[in-house]
Write a protein that binds this ligand. Structure first.
Ligand code: FPP
Length: 256
C-alpha cells in the first residue's frame, strides 16, 4: 500500500516537473565557476591560454543568453585569489582578457542595457586590467538590464575575514554592539553587498567543489554540475541548467 502510494507520488512529481523553461521562475542570480579551459585546450593540442581565449567567447554567448532569458545577475568566476599561483605567462594572459573582452563587446553590452561590475580585490590587479573594468563600470552604471558581475581576484574566505575585521572595527569604535551582529551584518560587509544571493550555481568541467567561491552567499543556492568544459558551454547548456533549477523544490530548511 505504502509502495503504491510512493510510486503514485513519484509519478505525480515527475509529471508536474517542467520539461521546458518557464518564464515565471527564472533564477534571479546565476553564478558560474567557469572551469575546464586548460583541459579543453589540452585535448586539442593547444596551449592552455587558447582555452582561456575560447572561454572568453563563451562568456559572451552566455551573457547574451542570460539576458534574453530574463536572468537579472550573472556572476562569473574569472580569477580567484589563489590563481596567482599559476605560471606568470598564464596570469598575464588572464589579466589581459577583461580588457580584450570589453574592447570587443562593451558597445553591444551597452546597447543591451547590461551593467558591468567587478567583485574582487582591486588593489592587487594590474593597472590596465582595473582601468578597463572601471571604465566599463562607469559607462554602464546607469544601465538597468542584466548585471554582469566579474569575480576577479575574488576569494570568499578573504571576503569573510575582511567583513569580520570591518565589523570588529565598528564595535571597537563604539558604533555597533556585539549583540546586534546578525547574519545580515556579515552579509552587508561582503563584496557582493547589494546583490541577491545566487539562486543557481553552475560549475563546468566535472569538478565537484566550490573552490572558495561565494561560500556565505551560496548557503541555499541550487547547485548544477556538468562535465562540459567551459569553452564549449553554450545557450543550450544554460537552458538545461535553468530547467533543472525550475524542477527543484527550494525549502530553505523548512517543509515544502
Ligand atoms: C579555470 O579553468 C578557468 C580560469 C581560472 C579562468 C577563467 C577565465 C575565463 C573563462 C575567461 C575570462 C573572460 C573574461 C571576459 C574576463 P582552468 O584553467 O583551471 O582549467 P583546467 O582545470 O582544465 O586546467
Amino acid at each position: 500500500m505504502i509502495k503504491r502510494f510512493q510510486a503514485w507520488l513519484q509519478q505525480k512529481e515527475q509529471s508536474s516537473k517542467p520539461q521546458e523553461l518557464t518564464r515565471d521562475n527564472v533564477p534571479e542570480h546565476v553564478a558560474i565557476i567557469m572551469d575546464g579551459n586548460g583541459r579543453w585546450a589540452k585535448h586539442r593540442g593547444l596551449p592552455r591560454v587558447a582555452g582561456h581565449h575560447n572561454g572568453m567567447k563563451a562568456v559572451k554567448r552566455v551573457t547574451i543568453a542570460a539576458n534574453d532569458m530574463g536572468i537579472k545577475v550573472l556572476t562569473m568566476y574569472v580569477f580567484s585569489t589563489e590563481n596567482w599561483k599559476r605560471p606568470k605567462d598564464e596570469v598575464d594572459f588572464l589579466m589581459k582578457l577583461p580588457q580584450e573582452f570589453l574592447a570587443i563587446e562593451l558597445d553591444e553590452l551597452i546597447e543591451k542595457n547590461v551593467q558591468v561590475r567587478m567583485m574582487g580585490y582591486r588593489e592587487d590587479l594590474p593597472e590596465h586590467t582595473l582601468r578597463a573594468l572601471e571604465e566599463a563600470e562607469r559607462k554602464t552604471k546607469h544601465n538597468t538590464g542584466l548585471i554582469l558581475n566579474f569575480a576577479l581576484n575574488y576569494g570568499s574566505q578573504r571576503e569573510i575575514v575582511e567583513s569580520v575585521r570591518h565589523i570588529a572595527r565598528e564595535v571597537e569604535a563604539g558604533r555597533l554592539n556585539v549583540d546586534d551582529i546578525e547574519e545580515a551584518t556579515i552579509h552587508s560587509h561582503l563584496l557582493s553587498n547589494g546583490l541577491p544571493d545566487p539562486d543557481l550555481l553552475i560549475r563546468t568541467s566535472g569538478e565537484l567543489r566550490l573552490s572558495n567561491f561565494m561560500l556565505w552567499q551560496l548557503a541555499y543556492s541550487e547547485l548544477w554540475f556538468t562535465d562540459i568544459y567551459w569553452p564549449d558551454f553554450n545557450e543550450q547548456h544554460l537552458r538545461e541548467a535553468v530547467i533543472e533549477y525550475q524542477r527543484r523544490s527550494r525549502r530553505y530548511g523548512g517543509l515544502q
